[in-house]
Structures are given as structure tokens and as C-alpha cells.
Design a binder for this molecule. Sequence first.
Ligand SMILES: Cc1cc2nc3c(=O)[nH]c(=O)nc-3n(C[C@H](O)[C@H](O)[C@H](O)COP(=O)(O)OP(=O)(O)OC[C@H]3O[C@@H](n4cnc5c(N)ncnc54)[C@H](O)[C@@H]3O)c2cc1C
Length: 489
Amino acid sequence: MTGADTENGLEALELRVREDLDLMNHPVGGWVPPRTHPSGAPVYDVVIIGGGQAGLSILFALALENVTNTIAFDRNPEGREGPWMTIARMALLRTNKNITGPALGFPSLTPRAWYSAKYGTAAWDNLQRIPRVDWQDYLNWYRRVLDLPVQNETEVGPLNPENSDDEHSLIEVPLNAIGPSGRSGTVYAREVILANGIDGCGAWHIPDIVRDNLPNDRFVQASTEFDFSTLASKRVTVIGANATGFDAAAAALEADAKNVDLLVRRSEIPKVNAHRPLDSNAWHRHFADLDVATRWRLMVHVMRNNQPPPQDSFDRAQELPGFRMHEDFAIQSIGLENENIVIKSENSETVQTDFIIAATGFICDFTQRIETSAIADQIAIWRDRYDPPADVDWAPMGTYPWLEGGFAFQAKQPGTALWLQHIYCFSLGTKPSLGLTGGSASSIRHAVPRLIQDVTRQLFLNDADHHINDLLDHSGEDLVVARHPNKSV
Ligand SMILES: Cc1cc2nc3c(=O)[nH]c(=O)nc-3n(C[C@H](O)[C@H](O)[C@H](O)COP(=O)(O)OP(=O)(O)OC[C@H]3O[C@@H](n4cnc5c(N)ncnc54)[C@H](O)[C@@H]3O)c2cc1C
């Protein structure tokens, strides 16, 4: 029997969470010696950029390892971290409902425990996939019940080492309040984790052919917060046949757009999800153990072939009057003619429209992110280290960060910028190196423990002298021998 089948389902679950934590002896005190900064500014053991599902899981995982001088910063207001309440427009998560997500081995913290406690076990049994809005609600609950330290409305960047000659330099973390509860100033961190979202290595992409030929008020990137009611009675064109494209098409029609043309560059929309096989323990754990050439070849296959939209996203758009999908529509030209946007394909098909939504993914480019803008030219990317054979060359993948078994950035010039080992990439940028993505709901349970191992290793080794002296000086007596006057012992 779970929560909602009893009275006060969530209250009962929260009690269970507290009992579980207690049974696992959590929390207990920290082991990392505190640091002070000469300026008086705070020094955190770990700063996390991003309070989405990855940032929250990392905070909890660190606390379980008794690393407690931590904080996550997020530029969004509380409850609006990540894509769920901002740029996502689908009804249901794309992920299988049985993921354990950020629970990190605690059954009472699973999405299933929460959903069943809130709505009842029958509701869970009948659920196809977890609704998007419920997912955010679950994350809000997870943050609250674990009392995780997240500072919202605070933008972080640009990061810099305090002393670029010191391999264990503190990292300077500038903060900028962008809302009433935000925080400004500079803090320092021994380790910094970029749990900054799917686009965390770059920026959402708008093709040059759109940007160069149209005024800015005639297009938007699909992964942008945007008021769809402004599309009422307009002809809309979506470029891109991914899930985001189909969701945007449906949202536009539901907001009374006159019609939506969705342009697919390939001769046919993909039907096979090339990412699917990677979602297994074998690949999550061991992709990174393959040699470089094999990892490159496999990930080019996966990324190039990509994935179709989920069936329900596809059906939602298809079933709306005014929706038209154009396969084999490689764009040749875009221009404005008498207030009409005219889009021509390489095989002479023409679409006329009023507004374009570019569902065209993201690019990796560290210069484009405030977090990494000052250190971008020092971060190694794949094309610095690997020259692929011509038949599997694919330029976009050469721009992904080059990681070596863990999540820490590597220096472009080996042997330089050693402080980069204290800055960790935990976004989709990890994919070619490690196979898994930092924070996606299905990979969290594999990725977070692996990250934590690296972070605590750095924290320990960086203070090795302290820990060694502590061990050698240890003189606390475990044994108390009561000496009786008549006994020799
Ligand atoms: C439309 C859409 C649908 C998706 N559906 C799924 C799905 O069904 N299943 C799934 O597993 N994944 C899905 N994803 C991928 C999804 O984004 C991730 O799985 C999940 O959000 C990753 O969590 P995260 O914590 O790493 O990043 P996010 O949830 O994106 O959180 C990152 C946070 O970092 C903050 N941030 C970034 N830069 C800064 C900065 N400089 N300063 C302060 N704060 C900063 C952002 O405000 C954001 O809140 C989807 C993505 C999109 C865009």
C-alpha cells in the first residue's frame, strides 16, 4: 500500500523518506577541511551551476558522501528550473515511467513512490508516461524534502581560475542576481560542476539561412520561452522533425495558428530511435571503456540518425487541422517577398509562411556561454585530439568536449591549465566521450555516482597532507582499561 491509498499520502511518504535517511545514517558531519579566502568571500567545496534534476541529484549525492559545504545556483525562479515549465511543450516526458531518476537508490525517493503517494497506485499503474508538469512537481518535492541548498534567480559566470599557475587553484565564481531572490558578488569554489542543461556546452541553434535573410521578429528558436498566442491566425513553418518541432507545431495550432508546415530535410522522417540501445546498463556503464575510434564511430551513427518524435507528439500534431508535414524538404533559399516568407526546397517545392520556428537543436561552442566564455579557448574538444577517417567524419561531433573517463574538462594543450580538472561538464556534451548524458532522467543513476567519485577524489587528494597528518597524529583511545588495584593488568 502506498501513500494516496492511505490518508495524507505525501505526508506518509515524507515520513518514510526521513526514516530511510535515518536508517542510512544520513546526515552526518562533513570531512572536508574548511577554507577561508583572504577577501572574506565564501569558499564552497562544490558549486553547481544549475538547479535542475542534475543539480539536485548531485547535491543529494554529495551530502550522502558527507560533503556538505555545497550550493547550486540557478538563474530561473524556484520551480522553473530546467525545460519542464519553460520551453517544453509536450504533455508527457519522453522517458519511460519506470526510471528511478534522482532517487539514487532510495525507493521512497523514486518518481513512482511520489506519484503513487500523490495519486494512488492505480493511477500509477494506468500511467503511460509521467506528465511533464508532474515531473517538475516531483522535482520541487525532492528538493524540499531533502532540504537542498539551491539559490535561484542567480546567474553564474564567467568562471576563471583564481591563480592559473596553480593546479589546485580555487575557481572564481561571479554571481549576478537576476531576480528579487537572487545573489550578486563573487564566491570561490574548489570544484565546479556545470549541470547547466542540455545546451550547456553551447547554445540553441538557428540556421544562418534563417538569421541572414529575415528580420528578427519573423523567427524564433523552438527551445525559447515564447508566447504562442502571438501566432494566432498566422501561417507558421517549423524547421526540424524532432520531438521539439512536433510539439511546437501542435502548440502553434492549439494557439489558433492558421496552419503549420513542418519541414523534414530527410527523404523520410526517421522511425528508428538510434539512441534507444544506449539506454541500458551495459552502455551507460561501459561506453567510455571502448577505444576512441569505436566511440567516435558509434556516436556519429547515433547522433546522425538521431530519434523520431514520440508517437504521441507525432499524433498530436498530425491530428490537428492545418498541420502539413513536408518530407525531403532540404531548404535551398529563404526570402521575404511582399511580407510573405518564401521558403524553397532543393527540389523546387515552395512554402509561404508568416513565421518560422527553428527546431534545429544546439551547437557546442563554449564561447557562447557565460559560464565558460573566459576559459573556452583552453578546453579540449574532440577535434583537438582525434582525426576521424573520412568515411565517419562529422564536423559537429568534433566540437564536443574531450573528456578522459570522467566528467572533468581537459586542457587543449596537455600539461597546461591543470586547474581545469576542477571544472566538470555534466550536460549532453559528455555523450561522445562517455556515452551517457550528464543529467537526463535515465542516466542520472549511473552518471551521478561516477561524477561524485571524481569530485571527492579531488577534494581528498587536494588536502592529502591534512588527511595524512590527521591519520598519523591520531591518538584517540578506543579502549578504556579500568585498572584494578589488585590486578596486574
Ligand atoms: C523540450 C525538452 C524535452 C525533454 N524531455 C526529456 C525527457 O522526457 N526525458 C529526459 O530524460 N530528458 C529530456 N530532455 C532533456 C532534459 O533537458 C534533461 O534530461 C534534463 O532537463 C536535464 O537536467 P539538467 O539538470 O541537466 O538540466 P536542466 O534541467 O536544463 O537544468 C539546468 C539548469 O541550469 C540553469 N543554468 C544554466 N546556465 C546557468 C548559469 N550560467 N547560471 C545559472 N543557472 C544556469 C538553467 O536555468 C537550468 O534551470 C528534454 C529537453 C527538452 C529541451
